[in-house]
Design a protein around this ligand. Structure first.
Ligand code: VLP
Length: 134
């Protein structure tokens, strides 16, 4: 049985989000707001097609992709830098490489117990988030 990320997930921990936002060049005022947020992710997984909708009281971000198909990502409302993104499976982990202006940019999602884990990385910064089912 392949892992199923589908569901609604609420952020419960967020380690070094500040470092990750600094690496992305997010301005001071936006960082102050963003670090107070408790985003929710609504994930829909249908075969190799995914949608990950990250919502908050401040901004929303919708990402839709198919495994193994590179796409242009606009990061609208985040850092607004365009990049080429590719999501693949690494065993049961969902790995995204975001190729563009920023070195070493990407993220990894996996499920551990009943929790959704997300590691976001950019340059030398790693942010680790944990979400619980809503
Ligand atoms: C920008 C950096 C906060 C901070 C300012 C706006 C959307 C994996 C992947 C799917 C992400 C989320 C990236 C968050 C970057 C914040 C607004 C926060 C709510 O998720 O699930 O795109 O990359």
């Amino acid at each position: 049985m392949p892992v199923d990320f589908s569901g609604t997930w609420n952020l419960t921990s967020n380690d070094n989000f500040e470092g990750y936002m600094l690496a992305l060049g997010i301005d001071f005022a936006t960082r102050k707001i963003a670090k107070m947020l408790k985003p929710q992710k609504v994930i829909k997984q249908d075969g190799d097609s995914f949608s990950i909708h990250t919502t908050s009281t401040f901004r929303d971000y919708l990402l839709q992709f198919k495994i193994g198909e590179e796409f242009e990502e606009d990061n609208k409302g985040l850092d607004n830098r365009k990049c080429k993104s590719l999501v693949t499976w690494d065993n049961d982990k969902l790995v995204c490489v975001q190729t563009g202006e920023k070195k070493n940019r990407g993220w990894t999602h996996w499920i551990e117990g009943d929790d959704l884990h997300l590691e976001l990385h950019c340059e030398n910064q790693v942010c680790k988030q944990i979400y619980k089912r809503a």
